[in-house]
Design a binder for this molecule. Structure first.
Ligand code: PAF
Length: 282
């Protein structure tokens, strides 16, 4: 594992790799790595000559300063985990000023409505911050492939739209959600959950699975209310949203139609920790 902190140094190393005809895979992360991230890195290693893992807690994608302050971070542990996968990984861990030499502010983007629902609705400016850093990373690294987890499915669709609209020549690869033994979607934030709540948080995925079983037989509105009621009756979690949308436009739906793909999305708070998850419905 090679730790690189500045863009120019990274670009010089990557130029030498390109000379050797090595393809480049990029896995963008905010650190506090868990098995979900490592599964992306493993896939990137299997498909590319060289892999860059970026570790940067991007301030402009946090609408809540407390969430940013409490975001877990442990660079040494992250580096050990990556080194155990491969000693050749290039870890790009820039400082804030390397990424934002001037004002720490996002650019403004429009994603044709994809950014308006769910995470976009509840986390003001979140996707402007995500798109700002992802565009910068893609342009700095110039990867052939970049890997994103489906846990952040809305982010994945927005990144796909970003590269299409900016004509960035990269293949965006969506990778399946990794789950803890009880079904809780793996997330860096899980570390902040009290142990007993983390154990009971399998409830979130159980609820999504039961909603999935009912999808098609019941209307989307029925399921929205049903999920709301499940969370009302559970003292561990506060539901922020549950939504059923088509996969392409992420627009809330009323009824299932033939030949379209749908997903259910959820965001909940557990003891002040925000958790998200989603499930493909067909
Ligand atoms: O998914 C994440 O961890 C972040 O949103 C990303 C893509 C690394 C951008 O900061």
């Amino acid at each position: 594992m090679h730790l690189i902190e500045d863009k120019r140094h990274l670009q010089a190393v990557l130029a030498a790799e390109r000379q050797k005809n090595h393809s480049i895979g990029l896995v963008p992360t905010m650190g506090a790595l868990h098995y979900g991230h490592l599964s992306l890195v493993k896939r990137a290693l299997s498909e590319n000559g060289v892999v860059v893992v970026s570790i940067f807690v991007n301030p402009t994608q946090f609408d809540n300063q407390n969430d940013l302050k409490n975001y877990p971070s442990n660079l040494e542990r992250d580096l050990d985990l990556l080194n155990a996968l491969s000693e050749d990984i290039l870890v790009f861990a820039p400082s804030k000023t390397e990424i934002y030499p001037g004002e720490i502010a996002p650019q403004k983007f429009k994603f044709g409505g994809l950014e308006k629902t769910m995470e976009g609705q509840y986390r003001n400016g979140h996707f402007d911050g995500v798109a700002t850093i992802v565009e910068l990373l893609l342009k700095t690294v110039g990867p052939d492939k970049a890997y994103f987890g489906e846990k952040d499915f809305q982010q994945l669709q927005i990144v796909r739209k970003l590269v299409r609209s900016k004509q960035i020549p990269v293949e965006i690869i969506g990778c399946p959600i990794q789950r803890e033994a009880n079904g809780l979607a793996m997330s860096s934030r899980n570390e902040r959950l009290p142990k007993e709540v983390r154990q009971r948080a399998g409830f979130i995925f159980e609820t999504l699975k039961t909603a999935k079983r009912q999808f098609g037989m019941k209307s989307a509105d029925y399921l929205r209310k049903w999920v709301k009621d499940q969370f009302k009756a559970n003292n561990d979690f506060d539901l922020e949203y549950f939504e059923i949308t088509d996969e392409e436009k992420l627009a809330p739906i009323q009824r299932k139609r033939k030949n379209k793909k749908y997903r259910a999305f959820i965001a909940v708070y557990a003891k002040g920790v925000r958790l998200i998850d989603n499930i493909a419905l067909n």
